[in-house]
Design a protein around this ligand. Structure first.
Ligand SMILES: *Cc1c(COP(=O)(O)O)cnc(C)c1O
Ligand SMILES: [Zn+2]
Length: 413
């Protein structure tokens, strides 16, 4: 292990030591992990990856840890589903779903970033883990802190779905709901971080945290036969995942792991009720205007995205675009995915499926291109979004004639 040289400012490129820091003190640019790619290229190959565990740790040389991971042994390596039925409904002949709704252990892609962040926090010697979360991060931080035997303090905006709240509390954490939006929670956490020596996975540990998302991109490329797809539709909150998928594809290319070159368009997907990134893309500007979120897609409702500028840049550099869908379209898309592929995703997945439909209608995605829709979270955590969508099941007595009476109605429904 040990392929990390240090941290580096994404803007002015100044070098910083491997510490729990995230902002450049000269230009206020974000810090990112600086890898020794020379050394990595001598260690990693398709053979070593294929011989690795069926988890994100098959790419451990490209993860920002100096020691073996301390938590999350089974995170990642989720299915890439060939989605023929959904493809038919959308008019796409080569459609895939990268399905992190079944990621271990908390059913969202956040397990990838948290497995890295908490392992890194342990390397740094922290005994308390914290985060500002829109829900899925809360679930994952609570679960992995329990696994590590560490204390955790988790901050969420008031009014999250009950599945996200219960799915955090069950792990035995301190959960604090803040009267405000995620952006208020995040600002508060930055202040708390100055007073308490805790590892905030998405604040002071953020440079390491973000690189956990790269594994989602590596898996897409590996599972497509060491190729990158023509199109990837990514749900955007803080814009970490979208930039890291792009980074992952290029690292694979640089290390000679790909068949051919990266030729992928990356598309940003947001909810209309919180679309600062896709609005900037549509307006052809890299200036993000913060918004006050109002959408059922709470997991991606970040009005002032930390890496929004880089999210816009990724779509531009790749030749992609950004689109958004309203709450009604999100629900219809959740149902469409469930009915065609048997995959129950949360609202964020409704956003990517709904946006894909729009992009096809606009002619930005062509029928024969290889397209991957990112499904990043599980529908059982956001059941509120579907309330009123279905009638209650018919109740009968446990008698055959009772069933036969209703059968003709049921079978025509
Ligand atoms: C957090 C989250 C995202 C996007 O996160 P970024 O901050 O943009 O990396 C997407 N989908 C789900 C379900 C999430 O919880
Ligand atoms: Zn700088």
């Amino acid at each position: 292990m040990g392929y990390v040289k240090g941290l580096k400012c994404k803007e002015c490129k100044r070098a910083f030591p491997k510490e729990p820091i995230h902002v450049c003190e000269y230009c206020f640019g974000p810090l990112e992990v600086d890898y020794d790619y020379e050394k990595i290229s001598k260690q990693i190959s398709r053979t070593t990856i294929l011989a690795g565990p069926p988890s994100m740790w098959r790419y451990k040389e490209l993860m920002p840890l100096d020691e073996e991971n301390k938590v999350g042994d089974h995170v990642g390596y989720t299915p890439l589903v060939r989605a023929k039925n959904l493809g038919k409904a959308l008019g796409l002949n080569n459609l895939y779903i990268k399905n992190d709704s079944v990621n271990h252990p908390t059913f969202s892609f956040k397990d990838r970033v948290v497995a890295v962040a908490i392992s890194k926090a342990i390397e740094f010697g922290f005994d308390t883990i914290s985060c500002a979360s829109t829900g899925n991060l809360a679930n994952s931080v609570a679960a992995h802190s329990a696994e590590a035997g560490l204390k955790s303090f988790i901050f969420i905006p008031d009014g999250l779905e009950s599945g996200k709240i219960l799915g955090t509390m069950v792990y035995g954490t301190q959960l604090v709901a803040v009267n405000g939006s995620y952006d208020d929670v995040n600002r508060l956490c930055s202040e708390i971080a100055a007073h308490h020596k805790w590892a905030f996975v998405n604040i002071n540990i953020r440079p390491y945290y973000g690189d956990g998302s790269k594994s989602y991109g590596y898996e897409i490329a590996e599972q497509l036969g060491w190729k990158t797809p023509d199109n990837v539709i990514v749900p955007v909150a803080g814009s970490s995942l979208i930039t890291k998928i792009w980074k992952a594809f290029h690292e694979f290319e640089m290390l000679g792991l790909l068949e051919g070159k990266v030729n992928s368009k990356i598309f940003a997907a947001q909810a209309t009720g919180c679309s600062p990134v896709t609005t900037a893309i549509k307006n052809d500007t890299d200036v993000i205007t913060p918004v006050k979120p109002n959408t059922i897609a709470k997991s991606i409702a970040i009005g002032n995205p930390a890496d929004g500028y880089y999210g816009v840049k990724t779509t531009k550099d790749s030749g992609g675009y950004g689109e958004d869908v309203n709450d009604e379209e999100i629900v219809l898309a959740m149902r469409l995915l469930a009915e065609t592929e048997g995959i129950f995703t949360e609202t964020a997945g409704g956003v990517t499926v709904g946006v894909t439909k729009k992009l096809v209608q606009q002619g930005r995605i062509k029928p024969d291109e290889t397209t991957v829709i990112c499904i990043t979270g599980n529908g059982l955590k956001t059941v509120e979004a579907l309330s009123g969508q279905f009638t209650d099941p018919v109740i009968i007595e446990p008698k055959l004639n009772n069933f036969e009476e209703i059968y003709s109605n049921l079978s025509t429904a």
